[in-house]
Ligand binder design. Sequence first.
Ligand SMILES: Cc1cc2nc3c(=O)[nH]c(=O)nc-3n(C[C@H](O)[C@H](O)[C@H](O)COP(=O)(O)OP(=O)(O)OC[C@H]3O[C@@H](n4cnc5c(N)ncnc54)[C@H](O)[C@@H]3O)c2cc1C
Length: 412
Amino acid sequence: MSSRAPYDVIIVGAGIVGLATAWELVQRRPDARLLILDKESRVGAHQTGHNSGVIHSGLYYRPGSLKATLTRSGHRLLTAFCEREQIPYELSGKLVVAVRHEELSRLEQLYQNGLVNQVPDLKMVSREEMSDIEPHVRGLKAIYSPKTGIVDYRMIAARLANRLQTAGHDLLLNHSVDRIQSNGSIRIHTAGGDTFVGATAIVAAGIGADRLAQRSGLRHKARMIPFRGDYLVLRPERRSLVRSLIYPVPDPRLPFLGVHFTRRIHDGSVWIGPNAVLAGSRAGYRRGALNKRDLWDTVTFPGFWRMARQHWRSALGEWFRDYAVGAYVAMAREYVPELSLSDVMRGPMGIRAQLVDADGGLVDDFRILPTNAALFVLNAPSPAATSSFAIARYLVESAANAFGWKLRAKSD
Ligand SMILES: Cc1cc2nc3c(=O)[nH]c(=O)nc-3n(C[C@H](O)[C@H](O)[C@H](O)COP(=O)(O)OP(=O)(O)OC[C@H]3O[C@@H](n4cnc5c(N)ncnc54)[C@H](O)[C@@H]3O)c2cc1C
């Protein structure tokens, strides 16, 4: 009699990290039987389907961090997948622009960081070279990263789901996982009362990761704090103001803040943003959305108040500019002076899953927690979409080491 568990690996979360992980398993353990569960009615319903669509090249991340390593290889693996699958992407290039003299030393540090991270073809460019790349931009000096690109992550997620199902694996949507019992093997209980049994689980539940880990008995002190990221969209007749990607010199403590101009791959539109405003709901994609439980979880977490004490000034600024579009446009005009309030409309939004430690520190790097039969991705913030295929490889190879799997050699 076979004692084989019904599924070899159960993956929770059909965002790009979960789906890419399933796809890596198909290549490296072709005999494994996989189940992917997601609580929503479609794949990529959260961060994967609500982001800027940038393929980052690894400029910002601390050398040696998981982010730095996995973004470099993730860029390569992601673009190779797009090539094979004929998914449109474009390495349209990015300028990181210093507009003030006091930003120049940070720009230089960032450039050096990019060199250490082996960002391909990185260049420091003068004011004149900058205008050849982006004719409407103004600044003192910029870093040019020609291999930064754009893609539609929702499309990649949909293609992965399609390939997984065609290969005979099970993808069950509308299945919210309540808890995971990990006791040498895996029992997954859903909110709807189903139980799924597997040998191993890999959990990539985005903003739900902290709660799911907690309910599954994993001790950790961090909590997800949702931040709404709203975009403005340039009116179609003003799209010519931006060719590709224009970014500010980041504040190293809050690298995701500041005005970003992003061209979209599927329709050539230009988005400005996202900002980062504390959100009252983990999944409410509208301004002012409030979920009592989400709000309660935020305000009862001591780490939230410690974070607030450290960053209240930036938080107030973001909150003010969220309501006063004119103030946001004024900030954007520092980079593109021809921009005016009448050139923009309010656009879509995303919700950032920001893991915060009990001491109030924003967790920057990817974080993965193991149990005796599962791996939990506790933190996969930006640029985890870019890095998704490399995170997938890292997870599968870590699981192979931990659980004694035999893997096929990498094909690239
Ligand atoms: C505004 C914004 C802009 C960004 N821009 C970029 C960018 O340009 N480039 C880039 O590389 N990255 C970007 N990111 C980051 C990137 O989108 C995320 O890092 C990445 O999508 C994370 O993927 P994921 O699969 O871990 O999470 P998600 O896409 O959030 O997927 C998690 C999945 O888990 C499911 N789930 C959660 N709980 C449960 C449960 N209990 N049971 C079953 N299913 C569950 C959810 O329904 C969801 O489908 C951005 C993020 C935001 C918010």
